[in-house]
Design a protein around this ligand. Structure first.
Ligand SMILES: Nc1ncnc2c1ncn2[C@@H]1O[C@H](COP(=O)(O)OP(=O)(O)O)[C@@H](O)[C@H]1O
Ligand SMILES: [Mg+2]
Length: 251
């Protein structure tokens, strides 16, 4: 089975990281390797994947990687070659957890200085290498702003999952994210309701996003406590998402 590129977004606290980590685990069980991209500045994907906190803080973001890579590649100046060498050496800089390769993007720099431009261009090049140049599974944990995606890199995203809790604020942000994704031309955008505790919760999400809800994930005690082993219902629902996405891709 080929690669699929999935981005997960939604309001802070909706459950992006929880869903991304569960999807990464599901794909890691069936695929030779899975790239896990933490593009949210809160950098909690490592923890959600079960990496101990003291190890997680040691994982260098891509912005730091640039310096390291420059040394390895011997590149110089503003326009040192990024491709294809970047694609070739990228894996060396990933944090490995079995067949999961974790990449922390780090914060996008705002402002117009050329220095920031270079750093952001590098982040863009890393995403291009991952999303457009290889046929692997990539799951990205994004902030609501999805600003790591440029018009260019968005071309490599197959599906954006918008996580929404059954409450108005989460739904509001979810709709904004849907709009941003449409602007970027992402071909498939689907909503995942999370922390669903009743049929009313499910109905609230389905009514807010008519015909656009791919799945509803139950409220999960272990997820709530931030523990590794999520409940069987939650895991089964995430496996269902993976199955639906796999099916859409072959048909
Ligand atoms: N299905 C769920 N059931 C119960 N709690 C959840 C569920 N999904 C996420 N949580 C909890 O909600 C909080 C936010 O989840 P998280 O995945 O970090 O959201 P985000 O990445 O969108 O900010 C965390 O405390 C997490 O444990
Ligand atoms: Mg998160």
């Amino acid at each position: 089975m080929g690669g699929v590129k999935i981005a997960v977004s939604g309001k802070g606290g909706a459950g992006k990281t929880t869903l991304a980590a569960a999807l990464i685990r599901a794909y890691a069980a069936t695929h030779r390797r899975v790239y896990a991209v933490d593009a949210d500045p809160d950098a909690s994907l490592a923890l959600a994947l079960g990496i101990p906190p003291e190890t997680a803080v040691e994982i260098r973001p891509v912005v730091d990687l640039r310096e390291q890579m420059r040394r390895v590649m011997g590149g110089e100046g503003e326009f040192f070659a990024l491709n294809p060498p970047l694609g070739e050496v990228l894996d060396e800089f990933c944090f490995r957890l079995g067949n999961i390769l974790l990449i922390r993007m780090g914060e996008l720099k705002k402002g117009g200085t050329s220095c920031y431009c270079r750093e952001n261009a590098f982040l863009n090049a890393v995403l291009t290498a991952l999303l457009l140049e290889r046929d692997e599974v990539v799951v990205m944990d994004m902030p609501a702003g999805i600003e790591h995606l440029s018009r260019g890199t968005a071309r490599g995203v197959d599906v954006l999952l918008v996580v929404a809790e059954p409450n108005q604020r989460s739904i509001h942000t979810g709709r904004l994210v849907e709009g941003l994704a449409a602007d970027l031309g992402i071909p498939r955008v689907a909503v995942v309701g999370n922390k669903i505790q009743s049929p009313e919760d499910g109905a609230l999400v389905r009514t807010a996003f008519p015909g656009r809800v791919l799945a509803l994930l139950p409220f999960d005690r272990a997820a709530y406590r931030g523990e590794g082993d999520l409940g069987v219902e939650f895991v089964a629902a995430v496996a269902g998402i993976k199955e639906m996405l796999d099916k859409e891709r072959v048909s």
